[in-house]
Write a protein that binds this ligand. Structure first.
Ligand code: HMG
Ligand code: MG
Length: 298
């Protein structure tokens, strides 16, 4: 059975832009977020309060967030540690996301920590956020494969997921950071998480589309009962600390499939496509999304 409605967690302004080499002006980012909201997206990951040297593109978080804070949508932000949480809370953020890794290699590359040191860094962040009734998402990266370590054993992923749930995260997002997952692997992980006590209602999926599997993986997850799906407008993106990571599943490709299945998203696909075409012009390269290309060349 497929769900009647899917909540799209739009990550374009964060995951989509974080890897752009040329600085995108803050005002363009704010316009991007406004247009996404206008296209009907209701959860838009706006930016990250990480170390500015680690992700220079998002160093303008303090300038950007107030420009969009009045929009009637949820604006989650990434926060790696207490310093990041302070910065986010000072601006009134109501949703944060911590980001763990299922592998040691990526924990080191992305957070300069072991997997357990990173979990230890998140623990006080989640506790303080929950005290303030701030919603907390816990990302788990490298849930399926890792560029340094290869295939990632499911028990390793489950351990990190359970630790984040025990900490008090409201939801998890299962990241296929380098886009190597296939549908059977997705179903195996979801089933194992359920058996270990993590309910499907707490799980979102976050597929990068490197191998063209993101939509197939999403459909498998939907059939399992998942109703939160991450996507990036126009298929922008990639992680600066994981080689071979390409853009996320394009939001347009996702919406095309969901609407075709009769699943409600609240998204106006034409407006969304126009936004991605507009953004592609700013970034000076065409969107990799097949749906954006098809709809903009009609
Ligand atoms: P570190 O170098 O170990 O930092 O980096 P530290 O804790 O040793 O602190 C060093 C200095 O940085 C200190 O300043 C801190 O105050 C400062 P000093 O005392 O030396 O003057 N500092 C900060 N400044 C501003 N904001 C902060 C902050 N924290 C420390 N938040 C750290 C550790 C976690 C900070 C660093 O590794 C980092 O920022 N990493 C972020 C990497 C990142 O954003 N990656 C992309 C997002 S993850 C992703 O894309 C995957 C995902 O999409 C899911 C998927 O696809 O799998 C989510
Ligand atoms: Mg990602």
């Amino acid at each position: 059975d497929l769900p009647a409605r899917v909540r799209i967690h739009e990550v374009g302004p964060r995951d989509g832009l974080q890897n752009e080499k040329r600085a995108v002006p803050t005002e363009v980012k704010a316009d991007f977020i406004r247009r996404l909201a206008d296209a009907g997206l209701t959860t838009i990951e706006a930016t990250s309060f990480v170390h500015p040297k680690w992700v220079p593109q998002l160093a303008d978080a303090e300038k950007l967030f107030p420009l969009v804070a009045d929009l009637p949508v949820e604006l989650p932000v990434l926060v790696p540690n207490e310093r990041g949480l302070e910065r986010a809370l000072a601006l009134g953020a109501r949703r944060i996301a911590v980001f763990a890794s299922a592998t040691e290699s990526f924990a080191k590359a992305n957070l300069n920590r072991t997997v357990d040191e990173a979990l230890g860094m998140f623990d006080p962040v989640v506790a303080r956020a929950k005290d303030r009734k701030v919603h907390v998402r816990g990302y788990v990266s490298m849930c399926f494969g890792d560029p340094w370590e290869g295939a990632v054993p499911i028990h390793q992923v489950v351990r990190v997921c359970k630790a984040l749930m025990d900490m008090g995260c409201d939801e998890l997002s299962l990241g296929d950071t380098i886009g190597v997952a296939t549908p059977g692997h997705v179903l195996d992980l979801l089933s194992e998480l359920n058996e270990e006590g993590v309910p499907t209602s707490a799980l979102g999926v976050h597929f990068h589309d490197t191998y063209g599997q993101a939509l197939a993986n999403t459909l498998a997850a939907l059939q399992h009962g998942v109703t939160t799906v991450d996507a990036s407008a126009g298929g922008l993106g990639g992680c600066p600390y994981a080689k071979s990571a390409t853009g996320n599943l394009a939001t347009e490709d996702l919406v095309w499939m969901l609407h075709g299945l009769g699943i409600d998203t609240g998204v106006d696909l034409d407006r969304l496509t126009a936004t991605s075409v507009w953004m592609a012009a700013h970034l000076d390269r065409p969107s990799p999304s097949r749906t954006v290309r098809a709809l903009s060349h009609k």
